[in-house]
Ligand binder design. Structure first.
Ligand code: CMC
Length: 428
């Protein structure tokens, strides 16, 4: 029997339907609230209790630390699938057959070229520009070179737009890095797989031959899979809301990149390493920084700790922590920062401030340590997150358009001045 929720406002009762998801999550459907009550709305800053859509892409249960893409557990996907398979799964709903995967790969490669004039735009940026700003600008700029808007009712046009951005985005990410590092821009090698070609585009030195390293490849593939989607987070909600105005795919993605940049979201991976480096430089006293994090008069937060949704543990952090150990072990790197990270984690897990608030290490706490071990500079960490999140953003944008969702336009409760007469400048 379908459930109902009853609310009482100023002595009058209203019944609202309750909907249930496939994992038995409940939501009060308030679509009719405003019209039924003559203007009452709900208020929920930060959308802590608000579902913005129904989605069939990613399930996560923060209390139990569960994350699944299209029903498949993140642990199994990180272990058994590669990034391109996961991208296909997220975007189109099913794991690809061998033929589908080959076609996806071939079509992406056929669309990987970036107009030569884009290089002029890259040249216009100062070398020290933050790569996230450059990447979001370049993603927007793609519209100028591929101006046709996507007819979302055409599967073919939608598919073409998807393979186009899947092809060009790694090139733009690698070029952003190469510009930052003063290296010539390079297209890599289309005979390589998606992630390996990306690594080659990033790291190939002009006069050296590129040598593949399986440890690096596996670690990066896993990291990208773990970042590939996370339901309605800040950047994904941004992509959906921008796209809901029927803005195109590329500009919606560009907006998502900007949202990801913030240190409370994807920018945390850079902030974590900067924090760990600062602690090391300051003598490695983790207790001092624990105290700062707990001091309400100090703005310092333990970066890489806490999550809006995970209140038990972040399943991605568990996988990444293991991967960080493997990568550092295999590459023979001893990083004092890893010891500081482990020390902080141990202290936080035993500290009542963090335990009571259910603050655990999140995905970003260990990912930076792996990126560092792979020789990726700190400012490129968040672009790496963006590369991983790309298929998730695309999948969510596509779902939003196919579901014909209305334009996103929240309401507000006005708390400003009531109507008052205009004051002439001499009377102010
Ligand atoms: N260090 C110290 N205290 C913290 C931290 C932290 N990292 N995170 C939350 N708190 C405290 C906060 O001060 C508050 O305390 P009180 O109840 O006494 O006022 C309480 O915990 C709840 O925090 P909140 O800010 O209301 O929680 P939120 O759900 O709005 O924020 C968060 C979640 C991730 C923004 C926050 O935990 C944070 O700023 N963490 C550090 C940044 C970070 O690592 N972000 C990456 C998130 S994972 C990658 C991604 O998917 O984006």
């Amino acid at each position: 029997m379908s459930q109902k929720a009853t609310i009482e406002i100023e002595g009058k009762k209203y019944e609202l339907p309750v909907i249930k998801g496939t994992e038995n999550e409940l939501a009060i459907d308030i679509k009719t609230l405003r019209s039924a009550t003559g203007g009452v709305i709900t208020i929920d800053p930060g959308f802590k209790n608000t579902g913005s859509c129904e989605s069939a892409i990613t399930f996560l249960n923060g209390e139990e630390g569960i994350l699944r893409y299209r029903g498949y557990s993140i642990e199994e996907l990180a272990e058994k699938a590669d990034f391109l398979e996961v991208a296909f799964l997220l975007i189109f709903g099913e794991l690809p057959t061998k033929e589908q995967l080959e076609k996806f790969d071939t079509d992406i490669k056929a669309n990987a070229h970036v107009d030569e004039d884009v290089k002029k735009i890259i040249d216009g940026f100062p070398k020290a520009a933050h790569p996230m700003g450059v990447l979001s600008s370049l993603t927007s700029a793609l519209v100028a070179f591929n101006p046709s808007s996507v007819n979302v009712d055409s599967e073919e046009e939608m598919y073409n737009a998807i393979v186009r951005i899947m092809g060009k985005f790694p090139v733009l990410t690698a070029w952003t890095y190469r510009k930052h590092s003063g290296l010539p821009l390079d297209y890599g090698d289309s005979s390589l797989g998606y992630v390996e070609n990306f690594i080659k585009m990033m790291f190939k030195k002009p006069a050296d031959e590129y040598k593949s390293n399986k440890v690096v490849l596996d670690a990066l593939d896993k990291l990208l899979i773990l970042h590939a989607d996370h339901e309605q987070n800040c950047s994904t909600s941004t992509v959906r809301i921008v796209g809901s105005s029927h803005a195109g795919l590329f500009v919606s993605l560009s907006a998502g990149i900007n949202a990801l940049w913030g240190p409370l979201h994807g920018g945390a991976n850079q902030a974590v390493i900067e924090m760990l480096e600062a602690i090391e430089e300051d003598g490695g006293d983790t207790k001092k920084y624990m105290a700062k994090a707990k001091d309400k008069n100090d703005p310092f937060r333990l970066m890489g700790f806490g999550h809006r949704v995970y209140k038990n543990f972040d399943p991605r952090a568990k996988i990444i922590k293991k991967s960080a150990d493997n990568v550092l072990g295999d590459l023979g790197i001893e990083d004092p920062i890893l010891d500081i990270a482990k020390g902080l984690e141990k202290e936080a897990l035993e500290d009542s401030y963090f335990v009571d608030r259910k603050l655990y290490p999140n995905v970003d706490f260990y990912s930076g340590i792996i990126y560092r071990a792979l020789g990726i500079p700190t400012e490129m960490f968040t672009p790496m997150f963006a590369l991983g999140r790309l298929p998730g953003w695309i999948a969510q944008w596509r779902e939003m358009r196919l579901n014909k969702e209305p334009i996103g336009r929240p309401r507000q409760i006005y708390i400003g001045e009531q109507k008052r007469p205009f004051k002439k400048i001499k009377d102010r």
